[in-house]
Design a protein around this ligand. Structure first.
Ligand SMILES: *Cc1c(COP(=O)(O)O)cnc(C)c1O
Length: 389
């Protein structure tokens, strides 16, 4: 047996913070408890039928069985370009300013490899989707965490970043509508981002995964519609959350041609693109989708309202989200993130996610995902009220 030793890049990863929670969850399930899982950020509903039909028809055609083009079918990238025109009023060159991704996670994980050298700093929000940190570490970059706190509406405070960090900072990740806090960012904030990025020569990578999952007629602005954004940044997007397509693995990166080109160069050396039949189904997803968007928004609005009403009755504090399928709840008196989540699991059989698992500034919160039916959500809220805190 040879000695198998992991590389430093794996050894340096932070410990998996949900391991203990996973163990407890398995234990509670083994006890026979009817566990309600409000932990996962994965839509519970199926992919719309027209998208599935489009995939099966395209899969029958031999022309789609070969290696796809690295950067994506032209027709897929044209559909993305048309989406940006209609949705955000932004004109994008489908060839130079758009690249298809095997889900946006893939692009997020790869982009620092194109631009980050050892010692370069990447500005990463905290709490956040964990891939920004991991991607930075894999590229040998240094993480500088920008805390997202309630007092600043869960937006980063650029004036708090030290000058020596700004000098070495080369890239910044942002994500609005935000996972896990469900906060949104206005065009005024994005204008501030462009100015900050220009002044400090920092590439902006905006994750727009929840762009369409919005409520009460709120429309989330694309970062790319900000004046000057195309000079400093790009946006990740995906069909996963909007069309219940998390398993399909299709997304894109759009924006500044040099940034998109760099990411494309990394990708062409690692993967061979997305199965063309899936790209064709992706075009179908974006085509004439108003009725679908209405239906999806209605579903999550009802679920959100059930949870907000239940939390309010218990005296638990949370902002009613304008977007995303998450509710970011303040832990009650006497609990921190971990003990609160453990209490809900052990006493009520409810899985939630501790805010601290997304980064230290997430301490004092837990996240509820609206990914079960409103009847199950009501049941979860009733159980919570019964066991109390
Ligand atoms: C779900 C999610 C993604 C990943 O989506 P895929 O396109 O399925 O890889 C990216 N960013 C955030 C913030 C997410 O919550």
């Amino acid at each position: 047996m040879i000695k198998i030793e992991k590389a430093e890049r794996l050894k340096q990863l932070p410990p998996y913070l949900f391991a203990e929670l996973d163990r407890k969850k398995a234990e509670v399930i083994a006890r026979g408890v009817d566990v309600i899982d409000l932990g996962v950020g994965d839509p519970d509903q199926p992919t719309p039928q027209n998208i599935i039909d489009s995939l099966t028809a395209a899969a029958q055609k031999a022309e789609h069985h070969t290696y796809p083009s690295y950067s994506g079918l032209n027709s897929f990238r044209e559909a993305v370009s048309a989406w940006y025109k209609k949705r955000a009023g932004v004109s994008l060159d489908p060839v130079k300013e758009i690249v298809s991704l095997i889900g946006s996670k893939e692009g997020i994980a790869h982009i620092p490899l194109a631009f980050i050298n050892p010692g370069d700093v990447v500005l990463v929000p905290s709490p956040a989707y964990p891939v920004y940190n991991v991607a930075t570490l894999f590229a040998g970059g240094e993480i500088y965490e920008m805390p997202l706190v309630k007092e600043n509406a869960f937006l980063p405070d650029f004036s708090a970043i030290p000058a020596d960090i700004l000098e070495r900072a080369k890239m910044m990740f942002l994500n609005y509508p935000n996972n896990p806090t469900s906060a949104t960012a206005g065009s005024d904030f994005f204008a501030e981002v462009v100015e900050f990025a220009k002044k400090n020569n920092i590439m902006v990578c905006h994750d727009f995964a929840y762009s369409e999952m919005t409520f009460d007629n709120y429309e989330a602005p694309s970062f790319l519609e900000t004046p000057g954004a195309m000079e400093v940044g790009m946006e990740f997007h995906s069909l996963s959350k909007t069309y219940n397509m998390t398993g399909w693995r299709i997304g894109w990166a759009a924006g500044n041609a040099d940034i998109i080109g760099g990411l494309g160069q990394i990708k062409s050396n690692i993967d061979s693109g997305i199965f063309e039949a899936i790209q064709i189904a992706g075009i179908e997803a974006m085509r004439d989708d108003e009725a679908w968007l209405q239906e999806m928004r209605q579903l999550y609005t009802e679920r959100r309202d059930v949870v907000m009403a239940g939390l309010e009755k218990m005296g638990l504090k949370a902002q009613a989200p304008k977007a995303t399928f998450y509710i970011w709840v303040e832990t009650p008196e006497g609990y921190d993130s971990t003990s609160c989540v453990a209490h809900l699991l052990e006493k009520a059989g409810i899985v939630t996610t501790p805010g601290s698992g997304f980064g230290a500034p997430g301490e004092g919160y837990f996240r509820i995902a609206l990914t079960v039916s409103k009847e199950r959500l009501q049941e979860a809220l009733d159980r919570m009220a019964e066991v109390g805190f």
